[in-house]
Design a protein around this ligand. Sequence first.
Ligand SMILES: [Zn+2]
Length: 435
Amino acid sequence: MAILRSLFRKRSKLADTNAFEIPAEVTEMTEKKDEATDTTTATAAKKNNSTEDFLDYWIQKAVEMRASDVHFERYRTYVKVRYRIDGRLQTIKKLPVHLHSGLVTRVKILAKLKIDEKRVPQDGRFSLVHGDKKFDVRVSILPGYLGECLVMRLLQSNSDLFSLQNLGARDKDVQKLEHLLSIQNGIIVVAGPTGSGKSTTLYSIVKKISSPECKVITVEDPVEYQLEGINQVSVNEAIGMTFATALRSMLRQAPNIILVGEIRDKETAEIAIRAALTGHLVLSTVHAKDTVNAITRLLDLGIPAYLVAATLRGVLSQRLIRKLCPNCAREGKFDLASLKEIAPEYKAMGNEHIREPVGCDQCLNTGYKGRQAVMEILPVNEKIQRIINQRCDEDKLRQQAQSEGMETLRQIALEHYTHGEIGYEALLTLFAEMS
Ligand SMILES: [Zn+2]
């Protein structure tokens, strides 16, 4: 198998020239072994080895292509391999159907799942090392009509990843966030939809403010990354371990910092507020479209406005926007009139530098590569507290926050667009979501 491994290495260097092809030798080898009958132990062992290498190939490829998850989907005449890259699923290859069961079995063995069980969903995990990177692979197998659908989520388990500087936001936003974190009590919430990078931001915040002298407990649904020196608890609603019950018990453990995966009901919000009032720093997320909307959500849960005003230290809202591929993006034309139609607030700067996606080998012909974190930060000061207390509408709150220097998600995205870092389509997508 050494030859095969060196082949993988060679191919990884060539990945940019033809990312959609796999070496014919790999397919042939696996096909031959799959066709062989298991008459002897030796044959069976060989077959396993080749399936093992075949699976290794797809995982290594996924790591090299920065995929966050790998999907093997069984259809009538083929198995579709798809990778999620920068938040978007991309079809990578269609494989012959007969390779499917070997792949699923191999993953089940790695994840310690029941090989013979094909009627109910199964979840598991295993670890893998790729170069100097260690990954925690979360496996989900769903019985489909034609066969089992396999999804593997690749989570890099190196906690060095988590730093405010690595979030990909502008330097000035990172500084604002650091300033907000200098107050070590009260509640800080992160708002945004699924996939907006909220967990990564919370982990980075925890890593920034935790120290050997302070006790940090998290309750998550589920624990996504294991952090060194942090006590982490997973929610398990089936046995009554909800955010609220976990949070109540956590307080008896005398923590300094508490991370609650999400505030989604009144009970959790009340305990979080109580914890904040007694000197803890509580970090959490709220499902809301922006910072101001997150405050409304907390009030809508039934928490008295004076308590929200007294405990909330700041709100952060974020999005991850696809960046244009630096290798192929071409110059675009700045059209102030059409930009004004979607963003009447925009004032021409005179230094606009618009770019458009094209597509090349380096970006799988999509025109995009990597993601830009866009971060709106609302520190809650006395004036904002007063407005929250009066339960004023979102517009008044937003106006006040902006008058004190808060840049909105829209404004920051406009800046990235007019600096040629993101495309028009990405801007429109964000605006549509915010409206
Ligand atoms: Zn490109």
